[in-house]
Design a protein around this ligand. Sequence first.
Ligand code: SF4
Ligand code: SF4
Length: 344
Amino acid sequence: MQIRLQIQRSDPASGETRLQLYELEARREATLLDCLEQIKDELDGTLAFRRSCREGICGSCAVRIDGRTALACRTPAAELVAGGRIPIIAPIGNLPVVRDLVVEMEPMWQKMRAVEPFLRPTSEAPGDGRETVVSPARLEAVRKEALCINCGACVSECDAMTVSPEFLGPHALAKAWRLVGDPREQENAPRLKRLSGEHGIWECTRCYLCNERCPKGVDPRDAIAKLGAEAFAAGVTRDRGARHARWFVTSARTTGWLRESELVVKTLGIAVSVTKIPLALRLYRRGKAPLPLPRHKASELQPARELRRIVAGQDRRGALGIVQSERILERIELVRAPEPEEEL
Ligand code: SF4
Ligand code: SF4
């Protein structure tokens, strides 16, 4: 099988970045990683990339393929070049490039250290040399997050990190949920308070790209949503992000709509909002923001209130109430309100 790849090369000494075309004959079942190794062995020993296990376990070989991040060892080369395509292979995003496809991972480890990735159990062991036993059912709450292989694909895709490099990001926050959701962890309130602060959970823009591209199904965005729900359940609701989220619910309940002009006041407070008036007027003149009065109210409020009643009736507080991502349909199916004939 003939393979043609354009690989982003970068020279740390000169700072120059360019695309280099490689052509090779590869086995039909070759992966992208096989091709990179063949290029290095047979065509160009200077090409730099990372790999270790070749089995989708170590997380070393994440790269961007035509802008989408994936593990090279899990990507069949035949699919990449179908129809004569010449894919562009580049290093993952939001981390500094060391050389070619190799990035500096230290900023990602710093974020992980910032969420203090260790348990602080305060409960005493049962004694008599016995261990604390956690049932498989309770560990299920953090099963997905424990699958993370630290590949950085989610970090690479996160637009919020591109705009705000200090944002903790999907990888570190998935680790944080691994701890907050662990039944042995006893220090959740202070941890949730720190995670709710600046550059924490509320900085996520909910683009869901981290869920979509994670090769292990960790669903970091779901983990962030669970942290937010647990923060609410623990009464950690005073920071801006939480006030912003709370207003969505209040606004939908009282008017059936999101009243955006009031959202600013409810989130930022009156003093800061006053400084935003010139911006609000410019947005209004361009038709991008409504005036706060008269209040925009849906003609029929009942559906919004009924939806809230159904959700509240399920009494799923905290992370239990998060039904998102790839399992949303089956979960909604499980928790849907009974049909009238089913109630009989
Ligand atoms: S959902 Fe949030 S954390 Fe995930 S990639 Fe988007 S902005 Fe980043
Ligand atoms: S959450 Fe997924 S994409 Fe992010 S580092 Fe872990 S395995 Fe990779």
